[in-house]
Design a protein around this ligand. Structure first.
Ligand SMILES: [Zn+2]
Length: 92
């Protein structure tokens, strides 16, 4: 996990994911709590659920160029399958 990376970018990413319905069930509630109160507000059980939900969603690298994906572009990659540099080429 790369949760220690830019918290602001991470929260922005979570906002995008919750808007686009990527989280389900308990994961959605916990994601909303992180957006409002930060990860430090989670208890151990919530943190485990949250990490498990995230693991199903996030990608480490852009599937097209294999570049490491920053949080600022993660929502884009999750939704389109390509990072900001590759997206124009895939003509979405
Ligand atoms: Zn790419």
């Amino acid at each position: 996990m790369r949760l220690e990376k830019s918290e602001l970018e991470f929260i922005g990413f979570l906002r995008e994911l919750t808007k686009t319905g990527r989280f389900e069930g308990a994961g959605l509630g916990i994601a909303k709590q992180v957006i409002l109160s930060g990860q430090s507000s989670l208890n151990d059980r919530q943190r485990n659920l949250f990490n498990a939900a995230l693991d199903k969603i996030i990608v480490d690298k852009c599937p097209v160029c294999q570049r490491e994906v920053p949080w600022a572009e993660m929502a884009l990659v999750v939704q389109t399958g390509a990072c900001a540099e590759c997206k124009p080429k895939t003509a979405n």
